[in-house]
Design a protein around this ligand. Structure first.
Ligand code: KIV
Ligand code: ZN
Length: 499
């Protein structure tokens, strides 16, 4: 049967210590509420002894957040623990996270102490914390490099003293997944009172293995995982919440479940990235801009046939609307056809091949092809209906100033003439054309693209007119922007007339 995996989020403690990621209390409350909505079980709100600001943040988060357990960090130091308990006084459910270094490095070179003295401090800290709050979690700092025998003994002692969660940090990100998993299994098998506590994984990413190590810990019996949204964290980051949660959801081999509302992952990720000034790398798993983007022709064709050919997750499951088929010079006809269809155009194979050739030339020159590029490319391939045509156009005035235009249109067998003023020549021309037609149209979209560099730039104009709720696209390509605009408008009117 599947067991619950407790999600302990430390974005506001291990994440917030990253240079440039500091938040004020108001911002921390926004993050805390977003994490509550996301469904984290334990929220590490800060390290209250570290500064008055952090103390205050723990107080305010405790008041503002209802569902998650609020946790505060402390060293195994009496004053730290008392201050942490004080900061947690408004929490609906509170936990102190206290601990000490347990590796040879930390005992000798950081604490300049002995294993027995460290053990004594740990027991004392847990007992004190246990008297002040409901729950105590003990962290065995640098457990990834600790002597397994000492780790076993100290955990036994702190569980006996009242710790209900024992955290096994790979503080330096040193372990390989198999090594870290073996530590957890060893503790499961050798700590005599381990059934009275939950084992937590807390992995750092110095070798890029944080998530893999955490998962290995869970596979070997850990039932709490300490994570940060977007992986934001000390040095090269902590285990990413989104990677851990989605790996568990996706891989049936890991027999645990979480209470995270995965559909909120993307939104939460963006809130935190923005507030913490920490951009998300485009190829970041799950939440990166490219996580569901396909640009190679083979993959695009596969995804368009069946998303699961190249995706192991439905983007909707993490709150991303849909996979994106990015148009580049590596894209195939299937992707081009897909995008043209989204714009409302469908072509026979021969015509599509022709457009594809031009598309490749443009894509080689421009790297990413956007909607605007596609629309201007299309302009060259869409046949003009001859029903309305532009016979003559004159205008005076500059863009942004009062201008005047005179226009002559051939509409069927008639020649009609009109004139108008407007805010700039394009506006004047469009108003003049509108006078000559009977249909009510609204200019809904107007895109201009310069195609070549130099004094005689060709400019391509795309316009979308709305008539009775339906869109009609028009294209015009000229060296003169006013003329290109007039042509685009007339082109769209022809589509309207024909339909
Ligand atoms: O990485 C670490 O060891 C920590 C502890 C303070 C839990 O963040
Ligand atoms: Zn850490």
């Amino acid at each position: 049967m599947s067991e619950k995996l407790w999600i302990f989020d430390t974005t506001l403690r291990d994440g917030e210590q990253v240079p440039g990621c500091q938040l004020d209390t108001r911002e921390k409350i926004v993050v805390a509420k977003a994490l509550e909505e996301l469904g984290v079980d334990i929220l590490e709100a800060g390290f209250p002894i570290s500064s008055p600001g952090d103390f205050n943040s723990v107080v305010e988060i405790s008041k503002s957040v209802d569902r998650p357990i609020i946790c505060a960090l402390s060293r195994a130091v009496e004053k730290d623990i008392e201050v942490a308990a004080e900061a947690l006084r408004f929490a609906k459910r509170s936990r102190i996270h206290t601990g000490i270094g347990v590796s040879g490095y930390h005992i000798q070179h950081k604490l300049r102490s002995t294993p027995e003295a460290v053990m004594e401090k740990a027991i004392k800290a847990v007992k004190l914390a246990r008297n002040l709050v409901e729950e105590v979690e003990f962290y065995a700092e640098d457990a990834g490099r600790a002597d397994p025998e000492f780790l076993t003994r100290i955990l036994e002692a702190v569980i006996k003293a009242g710790a209900r969660v024992v955290n096994i940090p790979d503080t330096t990100g040193y372990c390989l997944p198999e090594q870290y998993g073996n530590i957890i299994r060893h503790l499961k098998e050798n700590v005599s009172n381990i059934d009275q506590a939950i084992i937590a994984t807390h992995c750092h990413n110095d070798l890029g293995l944080a998530t893999a190590n955490s998962i290995s810990g869970e596979l070997n019996g850990a039932r709490q995982v300490e994570v940060n949204m977007n992986g934001i964290g000390y040095k090269s980051r902590n285990t990413s919440l989104e990677e851990e949660v989605m790996a568990i959801k996706r891989q049936t081999k890991i027999h645990v479940y979480t209470e995270i509302n995965t559909k909120k992952i993307y939104e939460t990720s963006r809130i935190i990235s923005k507030l913490m000034n920490m951009p998300i790398q485009p190829n970041k798993a799950i939440v990166g801009r490219n996580a569901f983007a396909h640009s190679s022709g083979i993959h695009q064709d596969g995804v368009l046939k069946n998303r699961e050919n190249y995706e192991i997750m439905d983007p909707k499951d993490v709150g991303v609307e849909e996979s994106s088929i990015v148009l580049t010079a590596r894209s195939g006809r299937a992707a081009l056809k897909h995008h043209l269809k989204l714009l409302g155009f469908e072509f026979e194979k021969e015509k599509l091949d022709e457009i594809y050739e031009d598309f490749l030339v443009l894509a080689d020159a421009k790297r990413d092809i956007g909607r605007k590029d596609l629309l201007s490319l299309l302009g060259e391939h869409i046949e003009n209906s001859p029903f309305i045509s532009l016979e003559q156009i004159t205008y005076q005035g500059k863009e942004g100033e009062e201008a005047r235009a005179e226009i002559s249109l051939a509409i069927g067998d008639d020649i009609k003439q009109g004139a108008s003023t407007g805010n700039g020549p394009v506006d004047a021309v469009i108003k003049a054309i509108k006078q000559l037609i009977s249909q009510e149209v609204i200019l809904d979209e107007f895109l201009i693209q310069a195609m070549t560099k130099g004094s005689d730039d060709t400019c391509k104009v795309h316009m979308r007119l709305m008539h009775e709720g339906k869109p009609y696209h028009g294209f015009g390509s000229e060296t003169d922007i006013v003329l290109a605009s007039a042509k685009a408008f007339v082109d769209a009117l022809n589509k309207l007339h024909v339909k």
